[in-house]
Design a protein around this ligand. Sequence first.
Ligand SMILES: [Zn+2]
Ligand SMILES: [Zn+2]
Length: 188
Amino acid sequence: MADAQCACGALRPAVSEPPLLTALCHCLACQRRTGAPFSANSFYAIDCVEICGTSTEFIRTADSGRKVHMYFCPTCGSTVYWKADGAPSWIGVGVGAFADPAYAPPAMSVFEQSKHAWVQLDDTVKHFEGLPDRRDWGDVKPSLSSLATASLPRLLGRCPQDFQSHGRGEEPRDAFALWLAAPVSERS
Ligand SMILES: [Zn+2]
Ligand SMILES: [Zn+2]
């Protein structure tokens, strides 16, 4: 399996399993983070990714108050991976860091409310104006099976655990939103 790396090659996340999910995000924070009109984000089980090389951490606080940790190469500045306190068993890696045109295609496209009009995506992705709602999660899951069949049981096994860790009174949507918000940071 191809590893990801930053532009200069010093920071390299090595992955041992396929991604659990690939998603596009059109939010303004991702636009600023990437310098591109939207971000392409892959999500892995955290124990399937080994980080090689030195990174600099940039922590941002999401609206929930939880932290999102961004890791970039101190030499070339590429943002390569990120973690969210709200979803501790997940790690996000930039799709572009794999430099693989055959990489697993996105299952969803979020924050289309700030999508550049010329960006046209067909219905092979689920479209969301903002973040997916709790009920939408059920719609998204089937599309995962075609992307990462081997990892789907892991995904389904992990999500409830993450959700449960958030405590009483907090909707699963919030956990999912946090997880999805990982590359995005501030959502105010
Ligand atoms: Zn670098
Ligand atoms: Zn975003």
